[in-house]
Structures are given as C-alpha cells and as structure tokens.
Design a protein around this ligand. Structure first.
Ligand code: 5GP
Length: 190
C-alpha cells in the first residue's frame, strides 16, 4: 500500500501549523514532509526536523537538478520546496504524508497526486485575528508582517479550489475536525 497525501495550506497565521503538529502527535500512521527552505532558522527550529535549511545558492542548485516536486518563492528572496526524495522515502515506508505548504504549492501537489491527495484549506475567521496571531508569535519584523498579511489576502481567493475548507475559529474544535477529516479520508481510500 502506498501512503496517502494530506495537504494543509493556508495563509500564514491561520493556525495550520498547530493543526498539523496535533495530527502528527495524535496519529502515528502520519509522517511530516520536511520541506527545504532558503530562509534562516527561527529560534527552536531544527535542521532536518522543521526544515532542511539550505543557502539560497544550494536551493537554486537543487532546483536545477530537478530535486523538487514543487517549489515557490513564497516571500521575496525566500524559497520553499518539497523534495522528491522526502516524499519517496516516506511513501516507501507506507506512511501517509502530511504537508504544511503555501496555497500555490498545495494546489500543485493536489494536481500531481489527484485522488490520492486530500487538500485542506485552513481559513482564519478574519484578517484581524490572523494579524493578531502573527503579532503574538512575534517572530516576524513589521515589514515581514505586512508582506505576510498582503499575501494572505490574495491566497484566500483560492480556497474554493481545495477539497475541504476548515474555518479555524475555535482551536480545539478545529483539531477534532481535522482529525476526523483525515481519518475519514484514510479509511475511505485505503
Ligand atoms: P514559514 O516561514 O512560516 O515556516 O512558512 C512560510 C510559508 O511557506 C507557509 O505558508 C508554509 O506552509 C510555506 N511552505 C513551507 N514549506 C513549503 C514547501 O515545501 N513548498 C511551498 N510551496 N510552501 C511551503
């Protein structure tokens, strides 16, 4: 049996990463697809766990080598991508793979994997809430915050192209809903 593909996409600040972390803890049959990025690690982020942190030069080299299943310049000068090798090795282990990925990347993976993939768009109840979450996280400078918010505005228009939309109003409720969506998908399609 090959593993299924479970994609979580959302504008940054919607709470998607919290949902993904919860699922990975709650469901041992899932594994996280560690992306590569050219951005610098934040405090507490570990090489090979949160991301494969590459220099911009290395990232571009890997692009030319065809190492990525998809990649995006998510923010100016900051590249993110899914390595083919990462997906292949997790699928070979029979794991269902969870992706935390931007909206364009999510749509590309859905196209690639079709019915083997469940694409979930996590929607924050409002931009104010999103801004508040990003501020509380406190990891972005004012300028970066503005970039993330303006990107969020354009990304929301793609929500309809996803299989499911999860409106993250109440976190506990969203965690349960996400778990149910994923379980239903895995059981239905296995
Ligand atoms: P952050 O810098 O906050 O970790 O991530 C910024 C954005 O990049 C998030 O929306 C995250 O989901 C997205 N992202 C992470 N990995 C990938 C990837 O492999 N491909 C794409 N297209 N986006 C990614």
């Amino acid at each position: 049996m090959t593993g299924k593909i479970i994609i979580f996409s959302a504008p940054s600040g919607s709470g998607k990463t919290t949902i993904v972390h919860h699922l990975l803890k709650a469901m041992p049959e899932l594994a996280f697809s560690v992306s590569a990025t050219s951005r610098k690690p934040r405090k507490n982020e570990k090489q090979g766990v949160d991301y494969y942190f590459l220099t911009p030069e290395d990232f571009k080299k890997r692009v030319l080598e065809g190492a990525f299943l998809e990649w995006e310049e998510v923010y100016d000068g900051q590249f993110y991508g899914t390595l083919r090798s990462e997906v292949e090795q997790l699928r070979m282990k029979g794991k269902h793979i969870v992706f935390d990925i931007d909206v364009k990347g999510g749509m590309n993976l859905k196209k690639e994997f079709g019915d083997d993939a469940l694409a979930i768009f996590v929607k924050s109840p409002g931009l104010d809430v999103m801004e508040e979450r990003l501020r509380k996280r406190g990891t972005d400078s004012g300028n970066q915050l503005k970039k993330r918010i303006s990107k969020a505005v354009s990304e929301i228009s793609y929500a309809d192209q996803f299989d499911r939309i999860l409106v993250n109003e109440d976190l506990q409720d969203s965690l349960k809903k996400a778990e149910n969506l994923v379980k239903e998908f895995i059981n239905f399609t296995s």
